[in-house]
Design a binder for this molecule. Sequence first.
Ligand code: UD1
Length: 430
Amino acid sequence: MIRVQGGARLSGIVKPSGAKNTTLPILAGVLLKEGEWVLNNFPLVQDTLFMITLLEELGCKVKVKKAKHQAVIKVPTKLNISIENNIFSSLRGSIFLLGTLLAREGEAIMPYPGGCNIGQRPIDLHIKGLEALGVKFDLASGLIHAKVDGKVAGRVYLDYPSVGATENLMLFASLIPGEVTIDNAAQEPQVVDLGNFLKASGVNIYGVGTHSIKIKGPRRFNPIMFSIPSDPLEAGTFLIASTMTGGDITVKDVEVKFLNPLLYKLGEVGADVRMQNATTVRVIGKSRPQAANIKTLPFPGFPTDLQPQMTSLLVIAEGVSLVVETVFESRLQHFRELNKMGAQVTVEGRQAIIRGVEKLQGAEVVATDIRAGSSLILAGLVAEGETKILDDFHVHRGYENLVEKFSNLGAKITSQIVNKEMLANEQEKV
Ligand code: UD1
């Protein structure tokens, strides 16, 4: 569990780690060509390490140099096409292996992916898009069995700008000789990062960051050394913390443009937001934040991955806020935990009405997914007394050294391994 003692004002400079959501599709992307790939600024989080285990299962030799934050991946000439490892179903990002295995070997057999428990998360858009490019699926066995039945170039229209489907199609299309257009593509930061990675490896790819991406098969596709860009979600989590604690935090080495939807909101609730240059932003928390409404949307709308953290801010804001979660159907679970801390939130379907309270009380709460976990840390930072966040393994799936980074910014926070017996003993003492 993570223990947080509320009340500290956070300040300092922080550099986020490499982005987990960018690393996962890139780890699948390296499979597109045999040889040695080097990924720098590699985030040492559970999900990326799990993905490496899957790469090893497919035949890669991987060395993770932890001190250097570097992963060296040797991709063989022939990849296994079948994955049985249970780890596959604990990650959403594992589905990217579908696009690359089909591109490389023409066939793939794998379970369904998993990931954070924030909604149903089907893969119908991935399947429909790949079918449009000539892939045939057999789903009768409960596994995904896909085969390329004559690669065809062409156009794909996504009914919804799914991040994962866009990335899977970009990966698959990277080895198709003709031209593929993905319309109504996602524009999220990790899609742009993947596009930059593919471009640097030799793929002719245009329109990344817009709703229409064009990929014209590779001219020369080669293994490269690539540096994973910093995580805008981690950066956003610190900037929200600064606003909530009346703090003064500068985040450096992050694409500030990816943070725009959040920065506008932080300005709206009363923070002093200073964009110092394209990769540095400073946020100074003023008096108690003001209420604001939030509706999550595909980028450049307000990101669903910052909704839980931002709503921890709104529960202590002055006034009434409305939150509408349009991307995932079950992503308001953290409010049950925030209410244990004295928040006044009513949830109805995908909407939450938040009546801001002046103070939260420390409590024992449970992290239900990565971002719900970090939202509870933020609440703990401003609560009276101690907050214990159980099931913090969720946090470590996506954030590297979050506890240490918060501690360096002045938070009273520790991480501790506990079992149920220890917890029961502690509760008895209370
Ligand atoms: C990615 C991110 C996740 C983020 C999300 C939205 C990674 C590894 N994960 O997830 O952190 O919260 O983008 O920004 O990068 N959908 C379908 N059918 C599909 C695919 C998606 O109905 O085939 C639905 C989903 O259930 C969801 C919505 O579309 O309701 C958005 O999903 P999508 O954009 O695909 O998110 P992920 O790629 O799963």
